[in-house]
Write a protein that binds this ligand. Structure first.
Ligand SMILES: Nc1ncnc2c1ncn2[C@@H]1O[C@H](COP(=O)(O)OP(=O)(O)OP(=O)(O)O)[C@@H](O)[C@H]1O
Ligand SMILES: [Mg+2]
Length: 562
C-alpha cells in the first residue's frame, strides 16, 4: 500500500519537470525527436501513475472494509455478553448507532486516511523540495499563499469538530425515538400519542439537520478558499515569472512547471486537510466504539467446574440484591432481595409465590446469572454458580421467562433454538406444552413463520411456545416464571399436569401469583418485599404463615367462581 502510494507520488512529481524540458529544450530548439521521446516517457509515467492510483484506492477500500467488518463483529460479540446493567448504562439505541453508524464512519475515514495520510505529506514535502531546488523566489510566492490557506483551514476545523460530536449524539437520540415508536406502537396509537411522538421526532430531526447544516456550511467555505488561493498564487507566479522571463533569468517551460507544482502543492494541502477533517470525525466514533470494547464484563466467566453427578439442588445463602447499588448512604433504598436463605431439594416441584414486585423474578434472574448478588451466594449442587462456566450454567437451567421473547423465524426454530432436535421431539414438546392443538391447525404446522416478537401470535399462544421451548431443552432445572398467566384454568391444569409428568425427577420451579396454580407443589416459597417469609407445603403454610393466609383470603372469591 505504502509502495503504491509512493510510486504514485513519484510519477506525479516527474511529469511537470519532463514537460518543462519538452518546452525549454524540445520546442525552443524545434527538436521533434526530443519532443516525441520525452512525450512517450510522459505518457508512460502518466499511465503507470493512473494504475498506481487505482490500485491504491482498491486496496484502501478492501483493507478498510475488512477492518470495519472485524470491528463490527467484535463490538457485536461484546454487546451479546453485556450484563443488563451495562446495556442500560449505554441504552440500546446508542449501542445500535455504535455498531452501525460509528463503525461505518471509522471505515470511511480509514479508506481515505490509508490513501492520503502518507501521500499528502509526501507530495507536500517533495514538491517543496523540488521547487526550492529549482527557484527560491518563486517558491516563496507559493509558500506564502499556502500558509494563508492553512491558517484559514485551522480556524474552520476548530469550529466544526465539536459539531461532529453532537452529530453522533443526535443520531443516538433519533434512534431512541424511532425504537420507542416501533416498540410502543400500540400504546402510542391507543393513547392518541401519534402526533406527540411525531413532534418529538421532528424536533430531534430538525436539531440534527441544523447541526449537520452548520458543520457542512463551515466545510463548504473551504473549497472556494482553496480555489481563491490557487488563483492568487497563479496570478502572482505568472506576473512575477513574466518579469523574470523578460530579464532572461527564467525559461517559459520552468514557469509552466512551477504552475503545475503549485497546483500539486495546493492539492496536497487539500488532501492533508481532508485527512485532518476526517480524522477528528472518526476520533469521535473511535472513542465511542472503544468505550464498548473496553467494558470489563460485570458477569465474569472464568469458572471451570462441571458437576456431572449434579441433580439440580439449589441453595440461596444470605442472598441480598440491589438493582442499583445505593450511592448515598443517607438515602435508604430497600433491597430487591433481602437476605434470602433456602434450599430447593433436587427432583422436587417448588413454587414461589408473592405479590407483584416482591422479587420472585429477580430470584430467577440471579440464578441464571443475569446479575450477581450484591451479597451472599447461590449454589447449584453445592458449588457456587460463579464457579461454573456460563455456558454450562445455561445448559443445566431451562427457563420460560415471564416476558416471552419470540425470535423471528418459524415455530420450530423458536422451540428448538439450538437446532439440534428432530421434528418429532419438537412436536412432542409442543404437545406437552399444550401448544400443538393450535400449531397443527396452521397450514405450515411447525414451519409456520413467526414475526419478530411474535406479533402474529396471541399472548397465550406465545406462552405455550415458550413453555415448549423450555421443555425441549435437556436440563436439570426447569423454571416457569408466570408462564401460565395467559392460559385459562382448564388449559393451565392440563399443561401443568403434562409437564410435571414429563419432568419427573427434575428440579422444577413454578413462579405464580395464584395459589390455586401451585398448591400441590412439594415446597412453596412465600416472598414479600424481597424477603423470604416462609416455606413449606400448602397445608403447612395455610396453618402457619400469615401472609400466605392473606393471599388465600384475597383470592377466595376467584376460587368460588372457578
Ligand atoms: N431491571 C430492573 N431495574 C431496576 N429495578 C428492577 C428491575 N427489574 C425489577 N426491578 C424492581 O425489583 C423489584 C422486584 O421485581 P421482580 O420482577 O423480581 O418482581 P416479581 O415478584 O417478579 O413481580 P411480578 O409478580 O409482577 O412479576 C420491583 O420493585 C421492580 O421494580
Ligand atoms: Mg416477575
Amino acid at each position: 500500500m505504502t509502495l503504491l502510494v509512493a510510486l504514485k507520488a513519484v510519477s506525479d512529481l516527474l511529469l511537470p519537470t519532463i514537460m518543462a524540458d519538452i518546452i525549454d529544450i524540445g520546442i525552443a530548439k524545434s527538436d521533434i525527436d526530443y519532443i516525441l521521446q520525452a512525450g512517450t516517457i510522459m505518457i508512460t509515467i502518466a499511465i503507470f501513475g493512473g494504475i498506481f492510483a487505482i490500485l491504491s484506492r482498491y486496496f484502501a477500500s478492501k483493507i478498510s472494509a475488512h477492518i470495519g467488518a472485524d470491528l463490527r463483529q467484535k463490538v457485536f460479540e461484546k454487546i451479546t455478553y453485556l450484563s443488563f446493567h451495562e446495556i442500560n448504562q449505554f441504552g440500546a439505541s446508542s449501542l445500535i448507532t455504535r455498531t452501525t453508524n460509528d463503525i461505518t464512519q471509522i471505515q470511511n475515514v480509514l479508506g481515505v486516511a490509508l490513501r492520503l495520510a502518507f501521500f499528502a505529506p509526501l507530495m507536500l514535502f517533495s514538491t517543496l523540495f523540488i521547487t526550492l531546488s529549482k527557484d527560491f523566489q518563486l517558491t516563496i510566492v507559493i509558500i506564502s499563499g499556502t500558509l494563508l490557506l492553512m491558517a484559514f483551514m485551522t480556524i474552520i476545523l476548530h469550529f466544526s469538530i465539536p459539531l461532529f460530536k453532537r452529530n453522533q449524539k443526535m443520531i443516538d437520540a433519533i434512534n431512541l425515538v424511532v425504537k420507542e415508536r416501533l416498540n410502543g406502537v400500540r400504546e402510542i396509537r391507543a393513547f392518541n400519542k401519534t402526533q406527540f411522538e411525531e413532534e418529538k421526532f421532528n424536533k430531534k430531526s430538525l436539531e440534527l439537520q441544523q447541526i449537520s447544516t452548520t458543520a457542512n456550511r463551515l466545510l463548504s467555505a473551504l473549497m472556494p478558499a482553496v480555489q481563491l488561493t490557487f488563483s492568487v498564487i497563479s496570478i502572482l507566479l505568472v506576473w512575477y515569472g513574466a518579469l523574470r522571463i523578460e530579464n532572461g533569468s527564467l525559461q517559459i517551460g520552468e514557469l509552466m512547471a512551477f504552475l503545475q507544482y503549485s497546483v500539486q502543492l495546493v492539492l496536497s494541502i487539500v488532501m492533508l486537510l481532508i485527512v485532518f477533517i476526517v480524522i477528528p470525525r472518526a476520533k469521535v466514533s473511535i472513542e465511542r466504539v472503544i468505550e464498548i470494547l473496553d467494558i470489563e464484563n460485570e458477569i465474569t466467566d472464568n469458572g471451570t467446574e462441571i458437576n456431572s453427578q449434579g441433580r439440580g439442588k439449589i441453595e440461596y445463602r444470605h442472598v441480598s440484591f440491589f438493582y442499583d447499588k445505593p450511592r448515598n448512604k443517607d438515602k435508604k433504598i430497600l433491597p430487591t432481595l433481602d437476605d434470602v436463605t433456602t434450599i430447593l431439594e433436587p427432583g422436587k416441584y417448588h413454587a414461589i409465590i408473592g405479590s407483584t414486585g416482591s422479587g420472585k423474578s429477580s430470584m430467577i434472574r440471579l440464578l441464571e446469572r443475569f446479575y450477581d448478588p450484591t451479597s451472599g451466594e447461590i449454589l447449584i449442587d453445592d458449588i457456587d454458580i460463579k464457579k461454573y462456566p456460563n455456558k454450562y450454567l445455561k445448559q443445566i437451567i431451562s427457563v420460560s421467562s415471564q416476558k416471552v421473547e419470540i425470535l423471528s423465524g418459524t415455530i420450530r426454530s423458536n422451540v428448538d433454538i439450538n437446532n439440534c432436535l428432530t421434528d418429532e421431539a419438537v412436536i412432542d414438546a409442543l404437545k406437552k406444552a399444550g401448544a400443538y392443538e393450535f400449531v397443527e391447525k396452521l397450514k405450515d404446522g411447525i414451519h409456520h413463520k413467526l414475526n419478530r416478537s411474535g406479533s402474529n401470535l396471541s399472548g397465550g399462544q406465545k406462552q405455550r411456545i415458550s413453555i415448549a421451548r423450555a421443555l425441549a431443552k435437556k436440563s436439570l432445572i426447569y423454571i416457569f416464571d408466570d408462564s401460565f398467566s395467559a392460559l385459562d384454568y382448564k388449559t393451565e391444569t392440563k399443561v401443568k399436569d403434562a409437564l410435571l409428568k414429563a419432568l419427573e425427577n427434575k428440579t422444577i420451579i413454578v413462579v405464580a401469583q395464584k395459589i390455586q396454580s401451585i398448591q400441590n407443589a412439594h415446597n412453596i416459597l412465600v416472598m414479600d418485599q424481597g424477603k423470604l417469609v416462609a416455606s413449606g407445603t400448602h397445608q403447612e403454610l395455610k396453618k402457619n404463615c400469615k401472609i400466605y393466609q392473606e393471599i388465600i383470603n384475597s383470592q377466595k372469591n376467584t376460587e368460588i367462581y372457578e
